[in-house]
Design a protein around this ligand. Structure first.
Ligand SMILES: NC(=O)c1ccc[n+]([C@@H]2O[C@H](COP(=O)([O-])OP(=O)(O)OC[C@H]3O[C@@H](n4cnc5c(N)ncnc54)[C@H](O)[C@@H]3O)[C@@H](O)[C@H]2O)c1
Length: 252
């Protein structure tokens, strides 16, 4: 049985990634600070006969990440695939953004992705069977709205981190690629009070060339493709946004 390690896997896109790989017969290890959501995921997935563990932790903290990887190896095996998905956003006017908020977004999104990749690659290198790492950036690595400096910088960093890691880890048989999601609806993939039924307007749908807003499963499929079916692809960024970022917009 292959092993997936996914950060931020208790809710949202990460949860869809966990469930998608589990359906393909992967054992799954999740790091996520959301205790109730993580326990709920484990209960439901074990109820479906899946092998899954949840470790409570913060990807910005190196000892949390190394502890997660050690428990993963001890309890379900060395990861074949890492999806470095955990991410946060703290939006504030550019002239008022607190340094502590900028640092926290960079610490979770960028340092966290690096720490997870480093720990997973160390385990993969010891086992000498190679593996695949998928990072999660955003179309906001390439385009912006106002007042999104911390998030945009962190996601741009992830794209660069991905091609750097692809070069460093290639000789160990580890491919590293990035998925950049566009607008993905996650309200119905949250736990407890955070969950809500999505409502989309015709305008929400029609601004996407494919005619709908994205779903977490769209990103899970892209991660699965890059991990399982893309032997000759490394260091790349795959935009999964329903075509939104290739659409030219003229003001009328
Ligand atoms: N939803 C979108 O439209 C969208 C678009 C582009 C990129 N993304 C990226 O996709 C990833 C997942 O986003 P989402 O929308 O599913 O978010 P989400 O908020 O729905 O879920 C994120 C999960 O990560 C966990 N998490 C938060 N901080 C963490 C930390 N420090 N360590 C470990 N886990 C932590 C949360 O508890 C939660 O379970 C993020 O990197 C996000 O930036 C999302």
């Amino acid at each position: 049985m292959k092993v997936l390690a996914v950060s931020g896997g208790a809710q949202g896109i990460g949860r869809a990634v966990a469930e998608h790989f589990a359906r393909a017969d992967y054992a799954v290890s999740v790091i996520d600070p959301a205790v109730d959501a993580g326990e709920d995921l484990v209960r439901r997935m074990r109820g479906e006969g899946r092998k899954v563990i949840h470790v409570t932790g913060d990807v910005a903290n190196k000892s949390d990440v190394t502890g997660w990887m050690a428990r993963t190896e001890a309890e379900i095996g060395c990861p074949d695939v890492l999806v470095a998905n955990a991410g946060i956003n703290r939006r504030a006017p550019a002239l008022e953004l607190a340094t502590s908020d900028f640092d926290r977004v960079l610490a979770v999104n960028l340092r966290g992705a690096f720490l997870c990749a480093q720990a997973a690659a160390q385990a993969m290198a010891r086992r000498k069977r190679g593996g695949a790492i998928v990072t999660i950036a955003s179309t906001r690595a390439f385009m912006s709205e106002p007042d999104t400096e911390a998030y945009a910088a962190s996601k741009g960093g992830i794209v660069a981190l991905t091609h750097a890691l692809a070069l460093s880890l290639g000789p160990m048989g580890i491919r590293v690629n990035c998925v950049s999601p566009g607008w993905i609806e996650t309200r119905d993939w949250q736990f407890g009070g955070r969950a809500a039924q999505p409502v989309h307007t015709e305008r929400d749908r029609s601004q996407h060339p494919v005619g709908r807003v994205g779903r977490p499963e769209d990103i899970a499929q892209a991660c699965f493709y890059l991990a399982e079916q893309a032997e000759f692809v490394t260091g790349q960024n795959l935009i999964v946004d329903g075509g939104m970022t290739v659409k030219m917009i003229y003001e009328e």
